[in-house]
Ligand binder design. Structure first.
Ligand code: AMP
Ligand code: GLY
Length: 427
């Protein structure tokens, strides 16, 4: 079977690596791809915003399954158009992708179905937003309603900061994403990510992970797309996972099915584990990056078979996906400047030596220049390893990181610290 994979991050490199192991795979195409994905796929130039062009490519090249990695094409309705043309698609349609595309869509759905989440108010004009601030204690959380590439969240510690946040949003600081805002109560606890696979009816757990969102060691500095992750997150005990499935995931999937727009694909729940139990912070309509890398390292089944069953609505006839008991851990190497404008063109050496250490180096923002690999984005590599414990996986991952010569880049040195502390080790 021929497959088209859309995306260019280390998430898509990990998906390509796993799909390439399937005996069912014919040809794997990827767009826009990157030099790492090119090790497993033929890179093709298709613009996923051009739905007609994407359909034409798939028809000409006998593609049967399209795997949509990032959120933008999902929210843009690429899935709907491909499905209409009879293709199998891994990733939800436009309306259910609103779980990621619109914070107020998700909050309203949670309110209607008693799904635990932070108390909120929404406002689409400045005056109403300012009035709504009165109902929240400090700190409070102010979010751009629409897609803002993970950047549209401001935690305001003072009234002035809250007003300043509204100023930024209503002045277009996050583009049209901030034309309406959601104001939320601030939740305390530890964050964890939980994944569920669903064809709209059957829902199965698909692993847990913990991301490291801040740029600096000890969780300091500005937020990023994620500087590292590990899986599983043992803080999500089986009992807590059961609660997440029963109180958050299943009611969401049922609500969407009941309104005639079933969700098909992977659903990623960002959770706050509060004293009262798990509370939903946000949904994503796709795999996380870098969480996907660690999930793929642990997945023991055929990813293509799983994705196809999901796309065809046949998840119910599949055995539950199996994951290794090993811990997987990934360290993101970013270009200097990230999460601000990154330095591009920094030369990267030592990738072959790193691979000998037993880790896998997934590419994100890389390019080829003059026979070398150079940086071409903010997050550049995701160095990923497996081990019998978080400590063991961390050791292998950092041995590989240390073999990589990337003078124009940096990484955190403490990925996995919470898990290692929990298991009694030193960070
Ligand atoms: P989001 O883009 O919605 O994932 O938010 C980014 C980050 O902001 C989350 O990972 C949390 O660390 C933090 N955050 C978002 N909402 C809340 C909330 N209601 N209470 C506390 N922290 C939050
Ligand atoms: N790592 C966070 C995300 O993919 O949204």
């Amino acid at each position: 079977m021929n497959v088209l994979l859309i995306g260019s991050g280390a998430r898509e490199h990990a998906l390509a690596w796993k799909l390439a192991q399937s005996p069912m795979l014919g040809k794997l195409f990827a767009t826009p791809g990157n030099p790492g994905i090119a090790q497993h796929a033929e890179i093709v130039a298709i613009d996923p915003r051009d739905h007609r062009g994407t359909v034409d490519f798939c028809l000409k090249n006998s593609v049967e399954l399209i795997v949509i990695g990032p959120e933008a094409p999902l929210v843009d309705g690429l899935g709907d158009n491909l499905r209409t043309m009879g293709f199998c698609v891994f990733g939800p349609n436009k309306l259910p992708a609103q779980l990621e595309g619109s914070k107020s869509f998700t909050k309203d759905l949670c309110a209607r179905h008693n799904i635990p989440t932070a108390r909120y108010a929404k406002a689409s004009d400045r005056l109403a937003a300012e009035a709504a601030l009165e109902d929240f204690a400090l700190p409070m959380v102010i979010k751009a309603d629409g897609l803002a590439a993970g950047k549209g969240v401001i935690i305001a510690g003072t009234g002035e900061e809250a007003i300043a946040a509204l100023d930024i949003m209503f002045a277009g600081g996050f583009g049209s994403a901030g034309a309406s805002v959601v104001i939320e109560e601030f939740l305390t606890g530890e964050e964890a990510s939980f994944f569920a696979l669903t064809d709209g009816e059957t829902v199965v757990p698909f692993g847990s992970a913990q991301d490291h969102k801040r740029v600096g060691d000890g969780d300091t500095g500005p937020n990023t797309g994620g500087m590292g992750a590990y899986s599983p997150a043992s803080i999500l005990t089986p009992a807590l996972e059961q609660r997440v499935m029963d109180e958050i995931i299943r009611p969401t999937i049922r609500a969407l099915a009941d309104r005639g727009s079933p969700y098909s694909g992977i659903l990623y729940a960002g959770l706050m584990l509060t004293e009262d139990g798990p509370s939903l912070i946000e949904y994503n309509a796709r795999f996380g990056d870098p969480e996907c890398q660690v999930l793929m390292m642990r997945l023991e089944d055929d990813l293509l078979e799983i994705m196809l069953a999901t796309a065809k609505g046949k998840l119910g006839s599949m055995p539950t996906p199996r994951f290794s008991d090993d811990v997987a851990l990934t360290v993101v190497m970013a270009a200097n400047g990230y999460p601000g404008p990154p330095e591009r063109g920094g030369r990267i050496d030592g990738l072959e030596v790193a691979a000998e250490s037993g880790a896998l180096v997934f590419h994100a923002g890389t390019a080829e220049a003059g026979g070398s690999i150079v940086s071409d984005g903010g997050r550049v590599l995701a160095v990923t390893a497996r081990g019998s414990s978080a400590k063991a996986a961390q050791k292998t991952a950092y041995a590989a990181v240390d073999a990589i010569d990337f003078p124009a880049g940096f990484c955190r040195r403490d990925i996995g610290w919470r898990e290692i502390m929990r298991s009694g080790g030193e960070k």
